[in-house]
Write a protein that binds this ligand. Sequence first.
Ligand code: ADP
Ligand code: MG
Length: 292
Amino acid sequence: ATMPPLLSAIANAGRHGVLVKSAAVMQQLGEIDSVVVDKTGTLSQGAPHLTTLRLLPGTRLDEATVLAWAAALESNSEHPLARAVVDAARARGLELPAVSEFSALPGVGVTGVVAGAEVTVGSPRDVLAGSEVAEVVGELERLGETAVLVERNGLPVGVLGIVDQVRGDAAEAVAALTALTASSPVLLTGDNSRAATRLAAEVGITEVHADLLPQDKLDVVGQRTGQGRKVLALGDGVNDAPALAAAHVGVAMGRVGSDLALKAADVVIVRDELAAVPAVVSLSRRARRVVA
Ligand code: ADP
Ligand code: MG
């Protein structure tokens, strides 16, 4: 039996572990001329591990307590960084205290009441320049780590350093997407600019937008769309969902992806390989040639 080219391209993509949600999407994939890509969980493996735990001066808490509190909060989060914190606490055999009034702010962190105090775990982007905390954060970031701040009742108590390795096929995928779209992919991340720039250099990306909130990622997509570009947005997290939804084609990494990102996406990379992204764009172009 013969299938229409776009449908057979969808079937073909399926065999390569890529879920394309409709024939319209299969068609749009061939039109993209611009790529924006998330860092954590997308270009990086999304399997980060805790490498550093630093107590801040003035804290009377010990390392085990700070880690247990942070892990207690993070056990409610689906963020890749959260998994690193929980795994580290488990590896040390720590018992996690109860959490109440938990809430998560995408691109920022998590907060809740632990042991009678308000504890937050998240981005140190608002720490005071020149402070002792900023110094520790800077030290970790220069090592390429993602620094995560732990605060108790608004006072910094510790900084966690987390490292996530770049995916083995990231540089190759970036090169292929660059060739296909005749433009260099742009890195959009909520992480700090030092970690972002370092990873970007490793995979061959020159344009980096760091310290972004979900709305900022959406804005970058909006600007490019406004210039008449057909944007493919690639991400994995809750923080990417608005950008994925607004892009010409939103693509989510399936294995690490959050439910929200999977829902917002038009394409899901089920088999955990970045190479599938340029591959499916090529498939679409071939199918379109047959249609035309
Ligand atoms: P990316 O855009 O690279 O995927 P995110 O926007 O998900 O990164 O996260 C941006 C920053 O927000 C992280 O680098 C971290 O500092 C902070 N953050 C977000 N969620 C969490 C969390 N659950 N635990 C700790 N930090 C978090
Ligand atoms: Mg991410």
